[in-house]
Design a binder for this molecule. Structure first.
Ligand SMILES: [Mn+2]
Length: 260
């Protein structure tokens, strides 16, 4: 079990002066996204989620940068087949991630906990980058940045929120009235285990749904799966708790970028 905040006492962030506003994130001059650029974007997205009203997001995430990121990622994704085959090379492991639901801070923790994507560690995201989490846009931009940086090591699949044709939903609430299915407290279940393999439900959005004000909470863990060579047949399940305290989102119903 991974715990984002560890055992050490953490100072109350509300008592600390806010960290300085980061400079606007600009698209790399040479168009080449680097690990450092993704790290800068991650840090800025995290800062925005804690200190910036959502309608001011373009002041640190300028529209031209966001457009370049989305267009660059889209051009790469459009070249991939609908059905992606992941063939790890010797020495590569594969991390499989379930629904993340716009829970930016939990995604950032998951990436740190699993180890960031690299030539040795492929990532397959099963989709549902957005849902009830308050930071769907930020989460999706972060994953697009990783895709652009390591297009052959990061795979972004479609969940029901990325395709109108795909309607399955397997969050904890989807199982409330399905007593024939196991609960999702640990972030995963092995629903079938037979000769032809395992059917696993994986859910990577801990403490679902995220809103602290809601009475309707599941206090579930999220999970991800690590598949290791040589045969990738023994999934290692890694459950993790939610990052707490979760920042209160500054709810603005509409975010508008002025394209230049
Ligand atoms: Mn979902």
């Amino acid at each position: 079990m991974s715990q984002p905040n560890g055992a050490a006492a953490v100072a109350d962030p509300s008592l600390l002066p806010p960290p300085p506003r980061p400079p606007p994130v600009e698209w790399p001059v040479d168009g080449r996204v680097t690990r450092e650029w993704v790290a800068e974007l991650t840090s800025t997205l995290d800062w925005c989620s804690r200190h910036l009203p959502a309608d001011q997001l373009p002041t640190v995430l300028p529209a031209p940068m966001v457009q370049r990121l989305v267009i660059t990622a889209a051009s790469g994704l459009h070249q991939e087949p609908n059905l992606v085959r992941v063939d790890p090379r010797p020495g590569q492991s594969v991390v499989v991630v379930g629904d993340v639901h716009g829970q930016l801070h939990d995604v950032i923790f998951l990436l740190q906990d699993a180890g960031f994507p690299s030539e040795e560690r492929l990532f397959v995201f099963n989709g549902d980058y957005v849902d009830r989490g308050a930071w769907g846009l930020e989460t999706f931009l972060l994953l697009l940045a990783w895709k652009v940086f390591l297009p052959n090591c990061v795979f972004l699949l479609r969940g029901n929120h990325e395709s109108k044709y795909c309607t399955s939903h397997e969050g904890p609430d989807a199982r409330d009235k399905r007593h024939d299915l196991l609960g999702m407290d640990k972030g995963y279940t092995i629903d079938h285990d037979g000769e032809c393999g395992k059917l696993i439900t994986l859910f990577s959005a801990p403490d679902y749904p995220q809103f602290q004000a809601s009475e309707d909470r599941y206090n579930n863990c999220g999970a991800y799966i690590v598949l290791n060579p040589p045969d990738f047949t023994t999934p290692i399940f890694r459950s993790f708790e939610a990052v707490k305290p979760r920042p209160m989102s500054v709810n603005k119903p509409v975010r508008v970028w002025e394209a230049k």
